[in-house]
Design a protein around this ligand. Structure first.
Ligand code: ZN
Ligand code: ZN
Length: 156
């Protein structure tokens, strides 16, 4: 994505549109699969020596939930994209593609979950606890209290 500096003045100018997913350069074995294009809604504004660009970047991705293992889609958003580019007196073309790529890659979550409420898999039987409940749950819940009781006994 390019901005021609000669087009931008003191009053903020809006740039919105889409870039192909290929700009992210995610390889085949990435855990993230990009769905559709990278979307941007930016404003550029000229200051004395800099061009300030800020706005929102968005992309839809599919990946596997770290808790339940289901593949699910999510919109990844960077709402605070801000970059400043030094201005010369000449009319220049500033290429933002590398900065957009970097911002999106940083916004990809380390711990991708289908929902913050995802209950994950049962560690004992592997049941997907979002879809079904299993009988192991009761045992798991009792364990911390059981250990607490033992501690109390030792203190007596
Ligand atoms: Zn999940
Ligand atoms: Zn279970």
């Amino acid at each position: 994505m390019n901005i021609e500096t000669g087009q931008v003045h003191k009053f903020p100018k809006r740039f919105s549109g889409e870039e192909p997913a290929a700009i992210l350069e995610l390889n085949q074995d990435s855990q993230f699969q990009v769905v559709g294009n990278v979307r941007y809604a930016l404003t550029a504004q000229r200051f004395d020596t800099d061009l300030l660009v800020r706005g929102i970047l968005e992309v839809d991705v599919r990946s596997r939930c770290a808790r339940c293992g289901e593949r699910c889609a999510q919109t990844i958003r960077d709402e605070d994209f801000v970059r400043s580019y030094p201005l010369s007196t000449a009319n220049e073309l500033i290429n933002l593609t590398a900065d957009i790529r970097e911002a999106i890659l940083l916004a990809l979550p380390m711990n991708y979950v289908c929902s913050s409420a995802c209950r994950g898999l049962c560690v004992k039987c592997g049941a997907n606890l979002n879809k079904t409940s299993c009988k192991c749950g009761r045992i798991r819940q009792e364990t911390p209290w059981g250990m607490l009781d033992q501690v109390k006994i030792e203190r007596k």
